[in-house]
Write a protein that binds this ligand. Structure first.
Ligand code: NAP
Length: 609
């Protein structure tokens, strides 16, 4: 049997084949019926009566409106047609960790010009390491500028995610924190972007409830608000527990504000000093050693120049990325930098040499998170700071007692004691076969490329387990994870997949690679760090990306779709159904390919003038 095409609607029309009007639609229907009969006669599957790339509507729920949620809200609608996006955020405003952490001295210890979205450059950061409040204001500005607040519901806390296999959707249970009402939502896909540092941990010593002074965890301590409420530190003795990245920022600030500071530091740590001297030299900047550079008005003016700025930013990125080899055991960079940092720390602590003996670690640089610590060593040698190495016994009514029996009377105690970084979700996430991620990850977080998880269909983890960095830029990994998710969404929409889920064997291979990689790095040497959730030595690392940040980008850029299992939508009943009826969508520019194809070859000039 042969099938003739339907006759043109009118001789003058340029679009007679497209079913724009009822008559054309009817002709197409008759044609399709004949075509189906023909297909059946030759044993071919029937064509799906849709254009190629029809792309079903996808509803995505994103958990969290921090850096990742804001970026997802900017990126996904621009890259996934037919998208409906809903972001739930339990806080009052966007910003995530920067909204939540407002302790005295908070700043980012990564250069500000790198710690921002690649497409939303702020040229006017006040300092080389931006204060936390500025980062929070930047994120709010990005959200406003790109108009993405419309996707967000603040003060809504996601409390359960449940995969419904028959529907191929996630049931999302959300608590409205203002009304305490539970509401339900459904989503085809979930972006899980709740942040790795969102569950503060208090020191595990008894008596916190009997202490009568001011007490805060660093996360959740809004120092500016407290001062506005009348707290005056100048007559107070303040204890700061910890020598992690948070305490290292708090101590120099409280040294300036308080009468006396007692820093309880039971562990050892390297302080790199402020890196990037070449970058700052490029600006002609002159900064006191180990201090956070404050950009002058002239420097900020220079940074407004687009070309200069782009080059400056590339230098910052290169500088940050070049530190990667420091994380390799026995590398020449490790040996050289360690000797240098050791000498600098001893020199800066010369007024109180005992602290150098206590603080300088026997393990390599980078084993525990390396922080520049601008001003920390200077604060430790100040007259109003006391550094106490002893382990803590308990809180008392008036302060803290050490195991050595010494009692410290303190008007306030700041517990900069870190976070639970086990990656176990704070609420049930129940995927295929009733598997709850809270149980599945009790012993270890198991991801594929830090982004997808076995038994969790249509689920993407953004900046969660395995996506931290021990050196280099963090946010570029997040941007690439969101791009990876967008590719998966488009694949499912266009190829008629209801769901995709990573194969367990792919997860297992990735983790074998991960363990082999970390065995050659300093992270698995004899130190206790949050990378190993507080464990010592060669514990498994499920917090960091196994490679450099740049390596993460290249790894995520070209998805290995064969590492996934798929379930097709019922109407896509054979593997090539997605080819549709041989047409492109009616609203697509028929010349869409012109710019695409041309951009594949660098165009220098007209071939023929
Ligand atoms: P952290 O690195 O886990 O440090 C917690 C500190 O508290 C450690 O020194 C720990 O000692 C100490 N500690 C805990 N319990 C104690 C106890 N009972 N007695 C005495 N000391 C105790 O936490 P963090 O400083 O909040 O930093 C966590 C992560 O947040 C950082 O690594 C970083 O990724 C991020 N952060 C980033 C920035 C930034 O600028 N980008 C700033 C702050 C934080 P032990 O080591 O002996 O357990």
């Amino acid at each position: 049997m042969t099938v003739d095409p339907p006759p043109p609607a009118s001789a003058s029309s340029l679009t007679p084949m497209m079913p724009y009007d009822d008559a054309a639609r009817e002709r197409a229907r008759i044609f399709a019926t004949a075509a189906r009969e023909h297909a059946a006669a030759i044993g071919a599957p029937p064509l799906l009566e849709k254009p190629i790339n029809a792309g079903r509507k996808l509803r995505v729920v994103c958990v969290g409106a921090g850096f990742s949620g804001i970026h997802a809200a900017v990126y996904l609608p621009q890259h996934v047609p037919n998208l409906e996006l809903q972001i739930y955020e339990r806080s009052d405003d966007v910003g995530g960790v920067w909204q939540f952490n407002r302790y005295a001295g908070i700043a980012c210890d990564i250069p500000a010009h790198s710690y921002q979205l690649t497409y939303a450059d702020n040229t006017q950061w006040s300092k080389f390491f931006a204060p936390g409040g500025e980062i929070q204001a930047y994120l709010a500005r990005v959200a406003d500028h790109y108009g993405v607040r419309k996707y967000m519901k603040m003060r809504h806390s996601v409390e359960e995610l449940l995969w419904i296999p028959d529907e191929g959707k996630w049931l999302v249970r959300v608590r409205n924190l203002d009304t305490d009402e539970m509401v339900e939502d459904k989503a085809d896909f979930v972006a899980y972007a709740g942040g790795a540092l969102s569950k503060p941990v208090w020191p595990k010593i008894p008596g916190r409830e009997i202490y009568k002074g001011i007490i805060h965890h660093s996360a959740g301590w809004d120092s500016a608000k407290e001062e506005a409420d009348g707290v005056d530190w100048s007559d107070k003795t303040v204890g700061v527990i910890g020598v992690g990245s948070s305490a290292i920022q708090i101590v120099p600030e409280m040294q300036k504000r308080a009468k006396q500071v007692v820093n309880f530091g039971r562990s050892k740590t390297w302080l790199s000093g402020v890196f990037s001297p070449d970058v700052l030299a490029q600006l002609g900047a002159n900064t006191k050693e180990g201090m956070n550079h404050i950009f002058s008005d002239e420097e900020k003016e220079r940074l407004r120049d687009t070309e200069f700025y782009a080059e400056f930013r590339r230098m910052v990125e290169r500088d940050l990325g070049s530190v990667h080899y420091l994380t390799h055991r026995g590398s020449a960079m490790q040996t050289a930098i360690r000797a240098d940092v050791d000498a600098t720390m001893r020199r800066k602590l010369a007024r109180k040499p005992d602290i150098a003996e206590t603080l300088i670690p026997p393990f390599p640089i980078g084993c525990k998170r390396l922080t520049p610590g601008p001003g920390y060593l200077d604060a430790l040698v100040a007259d109003n700071v006391n550094f106490v190495r002893d382990d803590l016994e308990c809180f008392t009514e008036k302060g803290i007692r050490t195991k050595a029996g010494e009692e410290f009377e303190l008007d306030a105690i700041i517990c900069a004691t870190g976070f639970d970084v086990s990656s176990i979700p704070g609420f049930p996430i129940i995927g295929l076969d009733g598997v709850n991620l809270q149980d599945a990850w009790k012993d270890e977080a198991r991801t594929y490329l830090a982004t997808t998880i076995a038994k969790m269909p249509n689920f993407f983890s953004i900046l969660g387990a395995q996506s931290g960095v021990g050196s280099g830029s963090l946010l570029i990994i997040m941007e690439e994870q969101v791009a990876y998710m967008a590719r998966a969404l488009n694949k499912c929409a266009n190829e008629g997949y209801k769901s995709l889920v990573v194969k367990e064997e792919a997860v297992a291979s990735f983790l074998r690679y991960t363990d082999a990689y970390f065995a050659r790095t300093v992270f698995t040497e004899e130190c206790k760090s949050w990378y190993k959730n507080g464990k010592m030595g060669a514990a498994k690392i499920r917090t960091l990306w196994p490679g450099s940040s740049q390596h993460a980008i290249l790894s995520l850029r070209h998805p290995r779709w064969e590492d996934y299992e798929y379930e097709r939508e019922p109407e896509y009943d054979h593997p090539l159904a997605w080819l549709g009826d041989g047409h492109i969508p009616v609203d697509m520019d028929p010349a869409f390919y012109y710019d695409d194809l041309r951009s594949r070859i660098e165009k220098t000039s007209f071939f023929i003038d």
